[in-house]
Structures are given as structure tokens and as C-alpha cells.
Design a protein around this ligand. Structure first.
Ligand SMILES: Cc1ncc(C[n+]2csc(CCOP(=O)(O)OP(=O)(O)O)c2C)c(N)n1
Ligand SMILES: [Mg+2]
Length: 327
């Protein structure tokens, strides 16, 4: 089933908040790309630009004490769940005030205070963690819900099917959130995924739906339904969000020979998540261009402040190299 938002049912304020969150994620990752290109950031990063409506639509349907697990492309998930820009930048630059005291980097950001159990560089790896967190919530008698973000590439990982099976049997409050951006690294998903994606969770008795991942209102409305269902004890769900990453697999993947510039232009010009929301609110007479410009100006100031904070922050002390690490 595909759900679409026909008209905004939420208050304008909530919609503008979602726009702001999406703009923040985009500006954050644009800055990350600049840090990489100017050799100020160690290592690389996987940009979330283009996919902002997924993280924001999902996380705005969650409570602060609900839990998420994230992926290698996780900056958007962290920010949408409430992470602070300055500590995010500090982590990416290996600085002491970072979320993992500078020792985790782009792919391992965790923030227990906002319910973020952590990003994970192992494709599909966080499915087990989210399912365990949902089991824990159920055993502790809380009504928390866990959401596991993963890409289409994780559909090839056996762990996902093992944990969906257990989650269905035990009716766990977990939502498997598949970000289908059409590619796993440099391979189109048509070359790696056989059959109907939704048939896979359904075969295990997991409720499954698909949604336009570029439409934040649609993602949000669908997630609210699935989250309430899980909170009521009705068991796990699987949501496929159809989306697209605008940049390469990681910041160094600039040629993108595995896809066409036409395809990219099509997604950017017709399915941009920020533009989709802004033009809908404008057409409905609920906001004008000035509103969005002000939000973008505010966001830019926040991002500029965050990156300055991180550049000026100290590195961890060398004698603490073996602290806060697990191996
Ligand atoms: C278990 C495992 N196998 C392979 C890799 C290498 N790898 C990193 S990202 C990636 C592709 C992931 O594609 P997808 O899940 O669709 O996420 P996307 O990058 O499109 O967001 C691969 C194969 C890995 N990190 N972990
Ligand atoms: Mg993918």
C-alpha cells in the first residue's frame, strides 16, 4: 500500500518545524562536504542530502524516549532525533566535545539522551540492536518504540530476516525503516534485489507498507500510524521509503558513473523534499517565500556557529586514547 498526503493535516507550525529540520540536515551535510574537500575532516562521510524527508518524517512521529538505530549514512537520523549541531561537527572532526568524545566519527554517532542508540557501519547490523531494544522495552513494560533505519543494501543481510521473524513472533514494538535510495554503493538495486520487497516482511507476518520518501508529510502520517500500532502492542512493521541520495555514495564518489545526470536532475527538480513541502504550503496559502528564507537564514547561522565551535574545540588528551573505546 502506498500512502500519500493529500492535504496537510498538521498545524502550520509543525510543518515549518519539519522544513527547518530538513534544511538543517541539508546545510549540515553541505558543510561536511566542504570540510572534507578542504581536508579539515579526517576520513570520509556519507551524505544524507536528498533523503531528509525520511529522517524528519520518521523522527517527528517519535517521542524523545523512543529509540532509533542508524546507519553509515546517519547524520540526518541523529539530527532529526535531536542531536546538537556543534557536538555532531565536533565528533566528525575527532574533537573532545563530540558525541563519542571524538573517537567514533561520522559512522558511530550515538546519543542516549535523545534515544539514539547509535549509527552502525555494518550494513544491516543495527537491525539486531533495534530489535533487542524493542524486546527490552516490552520486558520493562514501557511503551517505547524502536525504529531501525537501514538502506536497500541491508535487504541482502540475513540478520534482518532473523530478527523480523522473532519480532513478529514476540509482537515487538519495532519498525524496520528501509531507505530505498535505488543504489547500494555503486550498484543499482535492480541488480541485487529479487522479487517484491514488501513480500519479504509479509512472509514473516510483519505488517509492511511503502511510502513516497520525498514527501515529509506522507512519511510522517504513515509513521504516526505505525508507531501508534506498535505502541498498542500490535507488533512490528516494515516501512519502505522510496528516496534518492543527491551526492555520491560517499564524499569521494564524485563521478557517479553508475547512474545518469538526467536521473539525478529528475529527482532534484521534481522530487526535492524541501521544495515539495515549501511549494505545497505556499500553494495552500499557508506560508510565503519569506518564511522559508528566514528559516534558511537561521539554519545557516546555526550551522556556521556549530562548525566554528568544532574547529576551535580541543582534541582528546593523548593519554585518554584507551578510554571510552570498546574492542
Ligand atoms: C556487512 C557489510 N558489508 C559491506 C559493507 C560495505 N558497504 C558500506 S555501505 C554499503 C552499501 C549500503 O547500501 P545501502 O544499504 O543501500 O545504503 P545507502 O548507502 O544506499 O544509504 C556497503 C556494501 C559494510 N559496511 N558492511
Ligand atoms: Mg541504498
Amino acid at each position: 500500500m502506498t500512502t500519500r498526503a493529500i492535504e496537510p493535516r498538521m498545524e502550520l507550525e509543525a510543518n515549518l518545524h519539519m522544513y527547518r529540520q530538513m534544511a538543517k540536515i541539508r546545510a549540515f551535510d553541505e558543510q561536511v562536504n566542504e570540510l572534507y574537500k578542504s581536508a579539515k575532516m579526517p576520513g570520509l562521510a556519507h551524505l544524507y542530502i536528498g533523503e531528509e524527508a525520511v529522517a524528519v518524517g520518521v523522527c517527528e512521529a517519535l517521542r524523545r524516549d523512543d529509540l532509533i538505530t542508524s546507519t553509515h549514512r546517519g547524520h540526518g537520523h541523529c539530527l532529526a532525533k535531536g542531536a546538537a549541531v556543534n557536538r555532531m561537527f565536533a565528533e566528525l572532526l575527532g574533537k573532545e566535545p563530540g558525541y563519542c568524545r571524538g573517537k567514533g566519527g561520522s559512522m558511530h554517532i550515538a546519543d542516549p539522551e535523545t534515544g539514539n542508540l547509535g549509527a552502525n557501519a555494518i550494513v544491516g547490523g543495527s537491525a539486531g540492536i533495534a530489535t533487542g531494544a524493542a524486546l527490552s522495552a516490552k520486558m520493562r513494560g514501557t511503551d517505547q518504540v524502536a525504529v531501525c533505519f537501514f538502506g536497500d543494501g541491508a535487504l541482502g543481510q540475513g540478520l534482518l530476516y532473523e530478527v523480523m521473524n522473532m519480532a513478529a513472533l514476540w509482537r515487538l514494538p519495532v519498525i524496520y525503516l528501509c531507505e530505498n535510495n535505488l543504489y547500494g554503493e555503486y550498484t543499482p538495486c535492480g541488480e541485487t534485489i529479487a522479487g517484491d520487497i514488501l513480500a519479504r516482511p509479509r512472509a514473516l507476518g510483519v505488517h509492511a507498507e511503502s511510502v513516497d520518501g520525498q514527501d515529509v508529510q506522507a512519511v510522517h502520517a504513515t509513521m504516526r500510524r505505525l508507531v501508534e500500532r506498535a505502541r498498542r502492542g500490535e507488533g512490528p512493521a516494515f516501512l519502505e521509503c522510496k528516496t534518492y541520495r543527491y551526492y555520491g555514495h560517499h564524499v569521494g564518489d564524485v563521478n557517479r558513473e553508475y547512474r545518469t545526470r538526467e536521473e539525478e536532475r529528475e529527482w532534484m527538480s521534481k522530487h526535492d523534499p524541501l521544495e515539495t513541502l515549501a511549494s505545497r504550503l505556499t500553494t495552500q496559502g499557508l506560508a510565503d517565500a519569506g518564511v522559508f528564507e528566514r528559516i534558511l537564514t537561521d539554519v545557516k547561522a546555526e550551522i556556521d556557529g556549530g562548525v566554528q565551535f568544532a574547529l576551535a574545540a580541543p582534541y582528546p588528551e593523548p593519554n585518554e586514547v584507551d578510554q571510552d573505546v570498546y574492542a
